[in-house]
Design a protein around this ligand. Sequence first.
Ligand code: ZN
Length: 449
Amino acid sequence: MDSTPAAPFDLLIENVLVITGEPGAAPIHGGRIAVRGDRLALVDTADGAPPLAREIVDGRGLLAIPGLINIHTHSVLSLMRGVAEDMGFAPAYTPGVPQGHAIAAGDAVALARLGALESLKFGTTLINDMYVHVEETLPAMADLGLRVSASDRLHDVDFTRVQQGQWEYDPNIGRRSLDAALALAERFHGSHDGRVSVALGPHAPDTCSRDFLTEIRAARDATGLVVSTHLSQSRLEVELIARRDGMTPTELLDDVGLLDDRLIAAHCIMMNDTDIARAGAAGITVAHVPKGNAGGGMMAPTRRLREAGANLALATDNLLGDMIEAMRWALCIGRLQAGGVAPDWQPEDVFAMATLNGARALRLDEDIGSLVPGKKADIVLVDIDRPSFVPLLDPLGNLVHCGQGSHVRHVFIDGIARVRDGRAVGIDEESICRQAQRAAETIWQQAAA
Ligand SMILES: [Zn+2]
């Protein structure tokens, strides 16, 4: 409880159903959430007269959850939606689709703002984003109020040749991209009232040579930044690393010293038994992209990775940024692996993957990931006054099985309203959509030419 209950709060949400996201905590019916400054002051059951607050939100018909965390995405690649899902396993390797090195900064910013807007409206309060022109897309996204962890796409492969099936490594390309990443960290890590952090983002084992990965490990040791990458995403990657380095991609990252609890590795699909044991023992975070992978006909061995010790966190990897949908897919994919309903693969497990586990991956779990007094006030209010939430017997069950990102009604980040009644606050949504449409048309036309 707060030590100075007489002091007014900045925000009070009354009569609200709360899922705190703390492991094992029961939902709080008729609860209240009070915020002072940027932090949660009370999360409990209403008790006596309501405390004073500058703003009071009537929480009846609303479900409060912690802000959702999308642990791996590329906002700019929203430009691929509706198309790339049906073409190849990842845009960077797919002939005929636009490539990062050819995208102009202004177009990247327009699309990044679209991705950030969509995240906010879907109740995602933190994204871990990686792509190009980050020095411009990162502030553009953070300026919309979102919490952002971002990394430059680090590689020493010549990306202009990868689509033609040629992997040629150039130390100068690597040096330039690592210098830019370190400058990015210098400039933005901790900026925007602490909402922004910077990670190091080696694109993938096959687009970074062994020497370059070793350089990135040294940079990580010197800076203490987390590392965000793609790992064991495709058979192509596994075969290339076997030829190039005589090992699996997981062994390679282990060999260069990157396989540890500061690593966020997206996909982890093509792993053998040894890889799974190694990744689990190292305590890596697996950025699990259940819907994206299933769309490509694949699934990561998530249950085995978790049993081995890996931290599973959820991601949408651009395209549709709905983290509630991602939870549902993760639940179903895990059950396909188990061949049935298992007691250890329940709504609370996938909810943790979309909240606390993502916070843990970014070393932010002391501050975000659950609704607990003292943590940052990242609160999402979901409209449950709708037929698909009736009957409301197990709120988390309803959310994971029947909820959608579009059911999000209000979003607070650091206690500041960023979405109210489903609309982004102080943001011209139509203009963002228009500019993103124009940018995408330009980029696709250039790719076709
Ligand atoms: Zn990705």
